[in-house]
Write a protein that binds this ligand. Structure first.
Ligand code: HMG
Ligand code: MG
Length: 294
């Protein structure tokens, strides 16, 4: 069994140039939770000055129909974001930093260590409130500003997030430059310090390597994979970043390998096709494209 963390409503929509109506965002989350996905990252409580696309996070979160058994984590960069998320009933949040200081400064106006300090009160409050916290490490396979990122830096930040109390640490190839052997070596190095069941992978597909990288990491034993329906996604503060691995393509591969996901691929393909209609452009999923012409 692989658990898929669907990040389309957050990672996908944060990078859209057009404003997506709030009602469509809510419908997207609800359609995704109806496909059998158990984790749907719903939105992001970052500064609306930094990411205006998700300025309606509170309305979106308040509007979704929460299904029992489905987790709806939301991104929070600081205590202010945590409080906004809690005010509308979020019970799982995700904090995010990077293995590259240069990227983290562009993305959050803070160095890595400063961002970890910002998270300490968030984790403290979350512990008291019984809120689960996921952690992201960006630029694990390369940085648009720094270039190569030493493995030791990835390991250090992943270990720090886990030690602070993040139940899961998602390792992000933010700009999709990784290749399978590098992805595998990176995961191996992190898994030597953080238990594999507490690790997830999050690969953008800029260079078309994401599915191959996922396969290499599955062989290492990872069992949680992030993906975005229709291959949406990207970080507005990562030059050259493009879409995530499309969830449809991930599900197709996993089912082909005989690995259960609990996801109804047909319903997911319908959702992806619907979303590309809303966004007014072609889907980034090869599976959805193949189904449309079959
Ligand atoms: P800052 O400007 O240094 O923050 O930004 P500040 O604390 O100085 O506050 C400045 C203003 O923002 C103030 O308002 C605050 O109230 C407000 P003003 O007084 O000027 O009116 N503010 C907030 N408002 C609402 N919610 C908040 C919040 N925080 C401050 N939570 C900050 C620092 C971290 C806030 C900013 O840099 C930020 O929001 N960055 C987020 C960027 C982002 O969302 N990037 C994409 C997500 S990460 C990603 O995509 C990678 C990932 O997918 C993994 C991968 O692919 O690698 C996760
Ligand atoms: Mg991402």
């Amino acid at each position: 069994m692989v658990r898929i963390v669907e990040v389309g409503p957050r990672d996908g929509l944060q990078n859209e140039s057009a404003m997506v109506p709030t009602a469509a965002k809510i419908e997207l989350v609800d359609r995704l939770s109806a496909t059998g996905l158990r984790t749907v990252e719903a939105t992001s409580f970052v500064s609306p000055k930094w990411v205006p696309q998700l300025a309606d996070a509170a309305e979106v979160f308040a509007g979704i129909a929460r299904r029992p058994g489905v987790a709806y984590p939301v991104l929070v960069p600081n205590l202010q974001g945590y409080e906004r998320a809690r005010a509308v009933g979020a019970d799982e949040v995700a904090v995010f930093t990077a293995a590259s200081d240069a990227f983290n400064r562009r993305n959050t106006n803070a160095g890595i260590d400063e961002s970890l300090e910002r998270f300490a009160p968030v984790l403290e409050r979350a512990r008291v409130d019984g809120v689960r916290v996921r952690g992201y490490v960006s630029t694990v396979l390369g940085c648009p500003y720094q270039g190569a990122v030493p493995l030791a830096d990835v390991v250090r930040v992943a270990r720090a997030l886990h030690a602070m109390g993040c139940y899961e640490v998602s390792l992000g190839d933010t700009i999709g430059v990784g290749t399978p052997a590098k992805a595998r070596d990176m995961l191996r190095a992190v898994a030597a310090e953080v238990p594999m069941p507490a690790l997830a992978i999050h690969f953008h597909d800029t260079y078309g390597q994401a599915l191959a990288n996922v396969l290499a990491c599955l062989e290492e034993g990872v069992a949680v994979v992030d993906a975005a329906v229709s291959g949406t996604g990207g970080c507005p503060y990562a030059r050259g970043a493009s879409g995530n691995l499309a969830t449809e393509d991930l599900v197709y591969m996993l089912h082909g390998l005989g690995i259960a996901t609990g996801v109804d691929l047909d319903a997911l393909v319908d959702t992806g096709a619907w979303l590309s209609g809303i966004l007014g452009r072609a889907t980034g999923s090869r599976v959805t494209r193949a189904r449309a012409t079959a």
